[in-house]
Design a protein around this ligand. Structure first.
Ligand SMILES: Cc1ncc(COP(=O)(O)O)c(C=O)c1O
Length: 466
């Protein structure tokens, strides 16, 4: 039994029992809750930054979507069932047995030098201009996003991002009180003319733009890829406006139609930070990603990382390193690609057959299809009906910083089997039909004025999957 100590605290009339075995006796207990008071007695103490933290749309859905009777088209989890888990287990066992004193120890802030060499090989298909010295290993690319924002963004600075954008990046930008300004996407990715126009406007308004955040390959959530023609245009525009580019590329190696296009980083190594991850091509559980940055930025990233976590997990890094050395990781990526291609095909086929009144993007890789509902429908309002019908998706609004996206939703085809995908789309079709019927019955034409122009302006036009 842990020892208990009687401590007198200033805010209490009565002494309070606190647990000294857990070392808690040094801290005052929170003030007691009086009837009717707020649930969190520390609510006034949080920083302004903490006020910006909110539950992501995806996490909020997680509890519902993970019920077995629900077909979840919501989460972006890779399907790890094609990994040779017994062989990976043997590799990890050997790692601990043979190199445990290093693998279970603290490591360097910048990351394991052997892994950084191997990351060079992994980046070869995207033609990144790299040397291991410019790579910082991070706890997933999510941490790289956090560190980059931490070292560049002051409250009120602008981050320019695609509309829609990866929800986890928007959460980071919000937590650092950045002002996200969106630039539209279409089927060929970010629209260069719109980027130029937006940066020109922001400059004329005297705004401080810190960087462009972009996911050029198999975009999350839009499922589109920045075309070869547009890549140099985007880089030129950013250079001309003196804006750094953050190129987030967790899906680049998961293309269905051949090797990836050259990265933006390959076109301007001094002006682009490239982010990579092993989460989608090996395992998100190891939490290993990386940033490839110009030297000076690399230095700042390492300092910020050390201040946040001292060093990335040595065990996670050495696990990835051992996996890359001992397994045919390229063949494994091919196995992932084959599986996801089949699921993409099933999704598009099912959408064409079952929800022809919607439009959607046609991904050439990655995990996601971006669906545009018929005019007047609202994906968030529709979600309770969808969950009742045992299908989950992510409503579009969470992928925008400014409340757009009502007519959109993201479908993830990465995790459910083809049979489940078909069933999920069948259920979704029923939900869309019922919502349309309700709309036609009760409020003909009521929503088109507010919703139409927003969607038309901001989404990929969505005809690719028809
Ligand atoms: C576009 C994008 N960037 C970053 C991440 C974060 O990945 P990681 O697991 O490497 O932190 C994700 C995860 O889904 C993502 O889709």
């Amino acid at each position: 039994m842990p020892e208990q100590t009687r401590t007198t605290l200033p805010t209490n009339d009565e002494p309070t029992l606190v647990n000294s075995a857990a070392g808690l006796s040094e801290f005052p207990a929170p003030p007691p809750l009086s009837p009717g008071s707020r649930l969190d007695p520390w609510v006034e103490a949080y920083s302004d930054r903490a006020g910006q933290l909110s539950v992501s749309a995806i996490r909020a859905l997680f509890a519902v979507a993970s019920r077995p009777e629900v077909v979840s088209l919501a989460g972006g989890m890779p399907d790890l069932s094609v990994l040779p888990l017994d062989l990976v287990g043997q590799t990890l066992g050997r790692l601990v047995a043979q190199r445990g004193t290093s693998a279970l120890q603290y490591g360097s802030g910048q990351g394991d030098p052997i892994l950084r060499e191997q990351i060079m090989q992994v980046m070869r298909p995207v033609q990144a201009v790299a040397d291991p010295d410019r790579i910082v290993v991070t706890t997933g690319s999510q941490q790289a996003l956090d560190l980059i924002t931490r070292i560049f963004v002051n409250p009120g600075d602008v981050v320019v991002a695609e509309a829609p954008s990866y929800v986890g990046a928007l959460g980071v930008f919000r937590s650092f009180q950045a002002d996200v300004v969106h630039v539209p996407l279409d089927h060929d990715g970010l629209v260069p003319e719109e980027l130029d126009r937006t940066l020109t406007r922001l400059r004329s308004e005297g705004r401080t733009v810190k960087f462009l955040y972009t996911v050029p390959n198999h975009h999350n959530p839009a499922g589109v890829t920045l075309s070869a023609e547009r890549r140099p245009q985007v880089v030129d525009i950013a250079r001309r406006h003196g804006i750094l580019v953050v190129e987030d590329d967790p899906y680049g190696l998961l293309g269905f139609d051949g090797p990836p296009l050259p990265s933006l980083q390959s076109l301007d190594p001094a002006g682009v930070i490239f982010l990579g991850s092993f989460s989608k091509t090996f395992s998100p559980g190891v939490r290993v990603g990386w940033a490839l940055a110009p030297h000076a930025i690399r230095d700042k990233l390492v300092l910020a990382l050390e201040s946040a976590i001292l060093c990335p997990s040595a065990f996670g890094q050495m696990a990835v390193s051992a996996y890359l050395s001992n397994h045919d990781w390229k063949a494994q990526i091919e196995a992932f690609r084959t599986m996801y291609r089949q699921r993409r095909d099933t999704t598009l086929q099912a959408l064409s057959e079952l929800i022809p009144q919607a439009t959607w993007t046609c991904p050439a890789g990655g995990f996601y299809v971006w669906l545009t509902l018929p005019e007047g429908l609202d994906a968030r309002a529709m979600l309770p009906r969808a969950v009742t019908e045992r299908v989950a998706y992510v409503p579009g609004e969470g992928f925008y910083a400014d409340g757009q996206g009502q007519r959109h939703l993201r479908i993830s085809y990465c995790f459910p089997t083809p049979d489940r995908i078909r069933e999920g789309v069948r259920r979704l079709a029923g939900v869309v039909e019922a919502e349309q019927e309700m709309l036609d019955t009760f409020s003909p034409g009521c929503c088109s004025a507010s919703d139409g122009p927003r969607s038309a302006r901001t989404s990929p036009t969505g005809t690719g999957g028809r």
